[in-house]
Design a protein around this ligand. Structure first.
Ligand SMILES: C[S@@+](CC[C@H](N)C(=O)[O-])C[C@H]1O[C@@H](n2cnc3c(N)ncnc32)[C@H](O)[C@@H]1O
Length: 234
């Protein structure tokens, strides 16, 4: 089926509230396991002075897990939605034990990669890892994710971007919605279906990487609905 883009930012209060209250613990844990596997494969051990960037961090679920799994690293979650970042900061403030070493930055990907912005919101070429979870399908200009990755990452940085894959037809999208969000609140079910329709196929993502010159990254299928863009920069 053809791609139907959805709004980039998640800003509606009821949408943010429902998203932040949902239980994504199993899929979040799976992403962290994948990232730990990537670290082991490349014998990189995130530690002190390492900067890990979580793009499109939303309510901070992945940033928090990175900070817990790699104590000593500095984790920076980036999102352009104020209500999402308010939620992330609120969770950080009430975390027990305290999370430490996580900070949140409000910026669009366009701002991160703009060649005309004099002072960049983040230092360029300094991140030991750039990750995202469920960001790519939101983007109207997906090339911005690959430009941001290239500009923020240090040489040898690890990269892991996980996102939904677009199903072949609307029926397959409905079946995934029922299977994975059968009992979820309606606002989440609706957003999930829209996200499946907005997602890219593996072929489209491979073309994006090719256009960005990111030949070092692979696109791999993950279970029935995700794809990973994974690898290490030269
Ligand atoms: C589906 S949520 C994913 C949140 C989180 N990463 C997770 O794993 O649950 C996507 C997030 O990306 C943010 N986003 C979308 N487009 C963006 C852009 N162009 N620049 C910055 N953030 C963006 C949205 O505001 C939203 O918070």
């Amino acid at each position: 089926m053809q791609r139907t883009p959805e709004p980039e930012l998640m800003e509606a209060p009821h949408q943010v509230e429902a998203y932040a209250s949902a239980d994504f613990s199993a899929s979040d844990a799976a992403l962290l396991e994948r990232f730990a596997g990537l670290c082991n494969q490349h014998a990189c051990h995130a530690g002190r002075e390492q900067v890990l960037i979580d793009l499109g961090c939303g309510p901070g679920n992945i940033s928090e897990r990175l900070a817990q799994a790699f104590p000593g690293s500095t984790v920076i979650g980036v999102d352009a939605s104020s209500p999402m970042l308010a939620m992330a900061r609120q969770r950080q403030a009430s975390a027990m034990p305290p999370m430490g070493h996580v900070s949140y930055l409000q910026a669009t990907l366009a701002q991160l990669v703009s060649p005309t912005t004099d002072s960049k919101p983040l230092p360029l070429g300094a991140a030991s890892a750039v990750v995202s979870n469920s960001l790519l399908h939101h983007l109207h200009q997906p090339a911005q994710l690959w430009q941001a990755t290239l500009r923020l990452a240090a040489p040898g940085a690890l990269v892991l971007h996980r996102d939904l894959r677009r199903p072949d037809d609307p029926g397959a999208a409905l079946a995934l919605q029922d299977l994975h969000l059968g009992a979820a609140p309606e606002v989440l079910r609706r957003d999930y279906l829209a996200s499946l329709h907005a997602a890219f196929t593996m072929t489209e993502v491979r073309q994006q990487l090719n256009d960005a010159g990111l030949h070092c990254l692979e696109v791999v299928e993950v279970n029935d609905r995700y794809l990973d863009v994974i690898g290490r920069l030269p």
